[in-house]
Design a protein around this ligand. Structure first.
Ligand SMILES: NC(=O)c1ccc[n+]([C@@H]2O[C@H](COP(=O)([O-])OP(=O)(O)OC[C@H]3O[C@@H](n4cnc5c(N)ncnc54)[C@H](O)[C@@H]3O)[C@@H](O)[C@H]2O)c1
Length: 292
């Protein structure tokens, strides 16, 4: 351990560097686009994956115009076959993958769990958690063959304290647990492959309109109650007023890869809720609401 939360991983310091290859899911917008722009600015070759094809094509064209080496691969991360095809396309184009960002995610509804439709549960869990699982299963065997590699899974600060954000928060807790498991396994079996879990607070992105990518099989989006609408409005206001810029999140990620930091928080303003959850678990609970 080099400093609190940092573990030395062979070669990780040189991963964000010219010629290295990054694959980013959910790269057409928000945090994913911010990561792609930053990696490209560092001279990396970037593979952009997203389900929203026009936005993906526009993002790739803009980066290419700025001189970046870019490959755009339309991908629905909830499909294991499509994520395997993404891996094959990345390796065919650039010959290697050094940084994998499993970042694509959607919001879904936040109502009482027993009232959420089966389609809603399935959509959020298949994209958010299933997307990371598909990324790990497709890419880890390739990453292990590299001299060094790093995986960044995007969870949320809602994945590290007790919250009430429905399937979304549950999927993000699962991504944190998956990332911790992956860290232990790679640390002992392939220590040259690092892992980080990104837990952003509010970031100014298009996340509030996740339903634009809701598939038909998930059924119609439920009509939110007045309380849910109010909560969504508060969330949007918070994002606008206090949300970080995706470029700032990319800075946290690049610094985190370079120093092999595992938990990547983008602000300290939920630290008390994170610590309180640990204390409540030890004390027997019950959980307190994360916000006053
Ligand atoms: N914005 C925030 O405040 C915030 C906070 C914490 C965590 N996050 C997480 O950050 C990640 C990125 O979200 P964002 O805020 O940039 O939102 P965004 O909507 O701007 O970007 C998400 C991208 O994911 C893509 N996507 C959606 N479903 C997909 C699928 N099935 N396959 C492939 N791509 C898909 C979208 O088309 C979009 O380009 C998500 O995992 C989200 O949960 C966001």
């Amino acid at each position: 351990m080099t400093a609190e939360g940092e573990h030395a991983v062979a070669g990780s310091a040189s991963l964000v560097a010219p010629g290295r290859v990054a694959v980013i899911t959910g790269a057409a917008s928000g945090i994913g686009l911010g990561l792609a722009e930053r990696f490209a600015a560092e001279g990396m070759r970037v593979v952009l994956a997203d389900v929203e094809e026009p936005a993906l094509a526009a993002a790739a064209a803009r980066l290419a115009d700025q001189g970046a080496s870019v490959l755009a691969v339309p991908t629905d991360v909830s499909s294991a076959d499509q994520v395997a095809a993404l891996r094959d396309a990345a390796v065919a184009e650039f010959g290697a993958v050094h940084v994998l960002c499993n970042n694509a995610g959607v919001g879904g509804s936040h109502g009482p769990l027993w009232e959420i439709s089966a389609g809603d549960w399935e959509w959020v869990l298949r994209v958010n958690l299933g997307g990371v699982i598909n990324g790990i299963r497709a890419f880890v065997p390739v990453l292990i063959e590299q001299d060094a590699a790093h995986i960044v899974n995007t969870a949320s600060v809602f994945g590290v304290f007790a919250g009430a954000l429905g399937p979304y928060g549950i999927s993000k807790h699962a991504i944190v647990a998956l990332s911790e498991t992956l860290y232990f396994q790679l640390h002992s079996l392939a220590p040259h492959v690092g892992v980080s879990v990104l837990c952003p607070g509010a970031v100014r992105t298009r996340f509030g309109s996740s339903a634009r990518n809701r598939p038909a099989w998930a059924g119609p989006a439920p009509t939110p109650t007045a309380a849910e609408r109010a909560s969504a409005e508060r969330f949007d206001q918070l994002q606008e007023a206090a949300g970080a810029d995706p470029a700032d999140v990319a800075e946290v990620v690049v610094a985190g890869i370079r120093s092999s930091r595992f938990y990547l928080l983008t602000s300290a303003n939920r630290n008390a809720a994170i610590v309180r959850r640990g204390e409540e678990i030890v004390a027997g609970g019950p959980p307190a609401a994360p916000f006053p």
